[in-house]
Design a protein around this ligand. Structure first.
Ligand SMILES: Nc1nc2c(ncn2[C@@H]2O[C@H](COP(=O)(O)O[C@H]3[C@@H](O)[C@H](n4cnc5c(=O)[nH]c(N)nc54)O[C@@H]3COP(=O)(O)O)[C@@H](O)[C@H]2O)c(=O)[nH]1
Length: 625
């Protein structure tokens, strides 16, 4: 007989030693066991119920998470600014389209979902779309089209898009969906194009800039070397642009620059025109163009730029100088070609501006000479190669009233180098500041030693006004030398006032306040001498010697001198005429009531020893001074 182990134990526990079963005890034990079993079952039921509830919760949460994830993905797809669509891979019916897609196609999704391309687009577009879809489905490879013109949609055909289509397979690997994205890249491509344009063009004139010019020149050189062709490089520089800019201000200067650039580009007849900085331009002429044609074009450019330009109610006159170099005759690489075109330009400017010059080999030499002279100039001051010459200034009746100090450079091997040659170089490299200070000191020291209190006039370069502390150095020189300020006259050209006009004017006022006299040099040769007369109370006007030397030859010069004199008299400014060489010139000036004169007639520039009697020094006194 088999019996449940629990019942056997309960019978054992209810049986006494004689083998009698105590039924009451057994019933109690069995009853307790049943109750325990009931409790267990209830516990199990509760646990099961809890488990089921937990499972149901978990499932519900998973469903909600799934829903939320779906909604999240949907909202992303819906809000991304790129058109997204999905189609059934079998027949290309649209099954999904986001908001950007609606915008791109120009129709609500209801009008597209469930429909094939044929039911939505015109035939010729549907054909293309279907063909692309088939290709992706058949090959299984994604399709990517970059920067192509929009073929469908309402934004117009000027939009550029990147589009991508790829195949999605089901669990068994069969094609299920075609998913596509279309990104409108018009703005990006336009911006990239704009940035690239800015990098290669000059912002003011919109002409290609230096870097674009260098790139194009490089290509032209390569091509010309391969094809054995020739071409011309033109280096151009606007004449007097800086003056116009300074006198009328930068906004007018900008307008003028733009107008000049437009004229150049128009007249250049398709040649490559670049603005390489400031008022400098370069032009690359077409291959195998003849010298005559290049010359004709360059002359046309000079003429067209020389014509009056009306900008912002101002009438301006600028000019153009042009230097020309040919590949391969004048250089086979960019550096040589450009340097030679620049040398030719430099010659054109030096010969009076408004000119066209072809490069010639001796210009190269000239450029090298210039560099050598620059080099020597640096040594000149420390090696005491400079001298100050003095030229007398007199009343028209001949009475000497002072001297002009004129710088001379006695070079150890070249001999006397004309100031016209080395002063511009010293201005270019800034040495004029030190040299000018040296001249001032020498002139003041010399004048302070004269027994007669004559005046001494010293030329100041515009560069001395821009760099260094001119006021302090003049002040110190006057203290050092003991020269009375009223005996010092500084001669300035209008170049001093061009540039930072206010600063120069204030400096002149402070110098005048010290008692120094200010003379306007080269009157009549500049651009706006007259306008400067009203800005500052000059102590003297110096009529340029070009008018005096032409007095007898051209009646216009006499008229100009008369006009300057009458203007100066009206303004009560004394006038000195320079370059007076003949008695006839002196007599004319005397008749016209010109106050003073300077020139070979009175005396040539020379070492002061030549004029000791005029300054009141006896030779003996000088020797033992
Ligand atoms: N910034 C400085 N400029 C200076 C200084 N020294 C001279 N210069 C300038 O150099 C230019 C040429 O000067 P230079 O060769 O000395 O010529 C002067 C005279 O020699 C010349 N002159 C005088 N009289 C006559 C004459 O009767 N005939 C004739 N053909 N030439 C004559 O004129 C020049 C004087 O020029 P200016 O100063 O305009 O009165 C010249 O521009 C000088 O200014 C210097 O230290 N600093």
């Amino acid at each position: 007989m088999t019996m449940h182990r629990l019942l056997a134990r309960q019978i054992r526990q209810s049986t006494d030693e004689s083998g009698q079963v105590d039924l009451t005890k057994l019933c109690e034990l069995v009853g307790a066991a049943y109750e325990e079993g009931d409790r267990d079952r209830r516990r199990t039921d509760r646990a099961m119920k809890l488990m089921i509830e937990e499972l149901e919760q978990t499932h519900k949460r998973a469903e909600q998470d799934l829903l939320r994830a779906r909604e999240f993905l949907d909202s992303i797809i819906e809000s991304i600014p790129i058109a997204v669509f999905a189609k059934d891979a079998k027949d290309s019916r649209y099954v999904l389209l986001n908001r950007a897609g609606e915008e791109y196609y120009g129709m609500p999704r209801e009008a597209m979902l469930g429909k094939t391309p044929q039911q939505i687009f015109p035939d010729h577009i549907a054909r293309v779309v279907n063909e692309q879809d088939r290709r992706v489905v058949d090959s299984g490879a994604p399709m990517f089209l970059e920067g192509h013109l929009l073929e469908v949609g309402v934004k117009g055909r000027d939009r550029l898009v990147n589009s991508r289509k790829l195949l999605v397979r089901d669990g068994s690997g069969a094609p299920q969906y075609l998913v596509g994205v279309i990104e409108d890249v018009t703005e990006r491509i336009t911006n990239e194009a704009r940035i690239s344009h800015l990098a290669h063009h000059d912002a003011l004139t919109d002409l290609p800039n230096r870097s674009a010019f260098n790139a194009v020149l490089g290509e032209r050189l390569e091509r010309a070397q391969e094809a054995a062709t020739s071409f011309a490089v033109l280096s151009l520089d606007l004449d007097r642009f800086k003056e116009v800019n300074d006198v009328f201000g930068h906004p007018v200067g900008d307008l003028l620059m733009r107008a000049a650039a437009d004229r150049l580009a128009e007249e250049a007849d398709g040649a490559f025109v670049a603005r390489i900085g400031g008022d400098e331009f370069m032009i690359l002429m077409p291959d195998d163009i003849s010298r005559d044609d290049v010359l004709a074009l360059a002359e046309r450019l000079v003429e067209t730029i020389g014509q009056e330009l009306e900008v912002d109610d101002y009438l301006s006159h600028v000019g153009l100088s042009v230097g020309i170099a040919f590949y391969p005759d004048d250089g086979v690489n960019a550096a040589t070609l450009l340097a030679n075109a620049d040398s030719a330009l430099y010659r054109a400017k030096r010969e009076g501006r408004g000119r066209v010059r072809f490069f010639e080999s001796e210009m190269d030499q000239e450029l090298r000479d210039r560099r050598l002279l620059q080099h020597d100039l640096r040594l000149a001051l420390e090696q005491n190669q400079f001298l100050v010459y003095f030229q007398p200034q007199a009343r028209v009746d001949g009475e000497v009233i002072g001297f002009e100090a004129l710088l001379r450079w006695n070079h150890p091997t070249r001999g006397f180098v004309p100031p016209d040659q080395f002063i511009p170089l010293a201005e270019e490299n800034g040495l004029i500041v030190q040299i000018g200070e040296w001249v001032l000191r020498e002139a003041c020291r010399e004048a302070a030693s004269w027994p007669r209190p004559l005046q001494v006039a010293v030329n100041l370069s515009p560069i001395q006004f821009q760099a260094g502390d001119l006021e302090r150095s003049i002040h110190q020189i006057l203290l050092e030398t003991g020269l009375t300020p009223t005996r010092l006259e500084v001669e300035i050209t209008e170049g001093v006032l061009i540039g930072d006009f206010t600063r120069a004017l204030n400096l002149l006022r402070r110098l005048k306040a010290l008692g120094i006299r200010i003379a306007m040099d080269d009157f009549g040769t500049g651009y706006s001498s007259l306008s400067y007369l009203q800005s500052f109370p000059f102590d003297k006007i110096k009529i340029d010697r070009s008018f005096i030397s032409n007095l007898e030859a051209t009646p216009q010069s006499a008229e100009i001198v008369r006009a300057v004199l009458s203007l100066a008299h009206a303004l009560r400014i004394p006038v000195i005429a320079e370059g007076v060489e003949t008695e006839a010139q002196r007599a004319f000036l005397a008749r016209e009531a010109c106050e003073e004169m300077q020139g070979y007639l009175v005396g040539r520039p020379a070492m002061i020893e030549r004029y000791l009697d005029l300054v009141g020094v006896t030779v003996e006194r000088r020797l033992y001074a």
